[in-house]
Ligand binder design. Sequence first.
Ligand code: ADP
Length: 392
Amino acid sequence: MILVINCGSSSLKLAVFNEQLENTASGLAERLGQTDATARFKEPDTEVALPASADHQQALEAMVNTLKSRGLLDGTPLAIGHRVVHGGETFREAALINDEVLRAIEDCASLAPLHNPVNLTGIRATRALFPDVPQVAVFDTAFHHTLPEQAYRYALPDRFYQEWGVRRYGFHGTSHYFMLNETARLLGRPPSTISLISAHLGNGCSVTAIRDGESVDTSMGLTPLEGLVMGTRSGDVDPGLFDFLRNKGVSGEEVHRILNNESGLLGLSGESNDMRILEKLAASGNSQAALAIEVFCFRLARYIGAMCASLDRLDALVFTGGIGENSTHVRARTLSHLKLLGFTLDDARNREHGRNSRNEINHSHSRFPVLVIPTNEERVIAGEALKTANSQ
Ligand code: ADP
């Protein structure tokens, strides 16, 4: 059995997989550190009793004890995989965690101050609970280690890159990697021969160009703020905005908060960061919600077009993430901007979210296949954890 742990600032996701990489349990603890902290397992549907204001370690212990008492965790796990957001240039693949690896993850924290420290909290809590089990860090950035320099360099003074590592890293790597493997499976070809554009559209959103099985361009950059319009993140803005806002008296911290937490779909609509809610509002005549969806789709279409600069062939365009997997409207509006490239959707297949044997939503006349593939980042992390632990 393999455990997969994904720690956010006030949340902890725990998933259990068997050696065939089948998911046997998934749980989520939320509002950790607050008086109303809760935890529950989705499958089987079970509430987990937490101490008041439980922290990550207490939540993890309570969740593991619940699994044990339900007979879903017998014996010691073979491996534990941790999602770690930023691996910088140090980590090109998953790494077996030891003190040196922990220090290197700490060193990457200046690149991801919101994420890496909480990922480390999760790793430390798990090590305390399972001191003898191999623990593996799986990085969101690792799949993008193949980006060519033309794609990862910013046009900034060279010393920024040389001294501080200021470059584009890209994120959502485990999801884009899963899209590559699933597309290869559906097309019956080895992943190393596949070229595709993968659009991961969840609360965070990114597009990646994959050529012959390698990531060659992606929309997120130094941090997960660059690129597409997201739930609460702005994506691309003119860097001149920072001067403008400074002259208006807006502080650096405020700019950070606005761009990360108050922008994107939420900022444009003034209503919600949740695409389901915005679609309902737009359908009932709310013009701000409709505008937010239009900007989201147009930016996405522009980025899909931009990804073509890195490809000489396209085997498929793939949609995934909560929005990519479920929003008929977003997929249709986005591709309506890309007729020039020859994408055409089949309306019925799009409405059914590609639930057919080939996951296709494209019309038979479309120049390229368009697929909807449910992502499964936890499964990738479980597989990497097992492989890395076994190779030691
Ligand atoms: P996360 O990035 O946190 O894992 P998800 O991948 O679950 O997020 O995606 C969340 C987004 O997916 C939200 O904007 C949500 O509204 C959207 N979503 C989920 N189901 C639907 C649906 N049926 N139609 C439109 N959007 C949906």
